[in-house]
Design a protein around this ligand. Structure first.
Ligand SMILES: NC(=O)c1ccc[n+]([C@@H]2O[C@H](COP(=O)([O-])OP(=O)(O)OC[C@H]3O[C@@H](n4cnc5c(N)ncnc54)[C@H](O)[C@@H]3O)[C@@H](O)[C@H]2O)c1
Length: 248
């Protein structure tokens, strides 16, 4: 059992999938307060309601598009006003718009860069100074196995590779201020994001997976919560594969 009884966290993209599972695990671990950020108001409302039944943490839902810096700034200022500080930031929100590169539209390149990379910048930039002032912070970013290249995912892979470099830089810059930054490279996790993958492709990937199954969101959440805990105090700048062995 970790001790999050005096910790406040923000999780982006927390209305469903991996983000929801991360928020749920923090609540089960007894975190003092958690803010869920998501662009989908309806699923966000349901997520907040359902988490209130999981534990006694203070749970806040923030409807926010992380692409818009000013909107993110207002949202983070509201969370800081409610909690007093934010100790943990999990940059989880992300999207795919897959296509072979020669068929990829400019709009879908820009949208994926805006959400996955610029959104991660916006959320981190608007919180990092108060972490520095507090002398404590845990930043966990969600990259992907696709960072290493994936057919049909030039846009997505570029953002996920950038997140690794971003994380390793934050790790070096924040270390003397008590801030660690780490990221995860999940693969093949059973969430709504995966419905975009054609059935044949899924069957092929499943047959090649060493464990012959997809990962579960709670298996990603377990790693995130550990990285955010005091137990991981000397883990900084790591990028951890959570993939059942699909890339070793
Ligand atoms: N599922 C996988 O196999 C897998 C593998 C590797 C990495 N990842 C990464 O894990 C993270 C979560 O993925 P998931 O599978 O749970 O996805 P998901 O699509 O199930 O959930 C993503 C959430 O992010 C929210 N979101 C999207 N754009 C947003 C925006 N602009 N502002 C605020 N919120 C926004 C969505 O509304 C949704 O609730 C993503 O960064 C994804 O790239 C997933």
């Amino acid at each position: 059992m970790y001790n999050f009884s005096d910790r406040f966290a923000v999780v982006t993209g927390a209305a469903q999938g991996i983000g929801y599972s991360i928020a749920e695990r923090f609540v089960k671990e007894g975190i003092k307060g958690i803010a869920l950020i998501d662009a989908n108001a309806e699923s966000l409302g349901k997520a907040v309601e359902s988490l209130k039944g999981v534990g006694s943490s203070k749970v806040i839902g923030c409807h926010c598009n992380i692409v818009d810096y000013e909107e993110v700034k207002r949202t983070m200022d509201g969370i800081l006003a409610a909690f007093g500080r934010v100790d943990i930031l999990v940059n989880n929100a992300g999207i795919t718009r897959d296509a072979m590169f020669h068929k990829m539209t400019v709009d879908n390149w820009r949208l994926v860069v805006d959400v996955n990379l610029n959104g991660t910048f916006n959320c981190t930039h608007t919180l990092v100074n108060q972490m520095r002032a507090n002398g404590f912070g845990r930043i966990v970013n969600i990259s992907s196995k696709s960072a290493w290249g994936e057919v049909g995912q030039a846009n997505y892979a570029a953002t996920k590779a950038a997140i690794i470099g971003f994380t390793k830089t934050l790790a070096k810059e924040g270390a003397r201020k008590g801030i660690t930054a780490n990221c995860l490279e999940p693969d093949f996790i059973e969430t709504p994001m995966m419905v975009a993958i054609p059935e044949e492709n899924m069957k092929m990937r499943l047959s090649q997976a060493p464990m012959q199954r997809m990962g579960r969101p709670d298996e990603v959440a377990a790693t995130v919560v550990w990285l955010a805990s005091d137990e991981a105090s000397y883990i900084n700048g790591a990028s951890i594969a959570v993939n059942g062995g699909t890339r070793t």
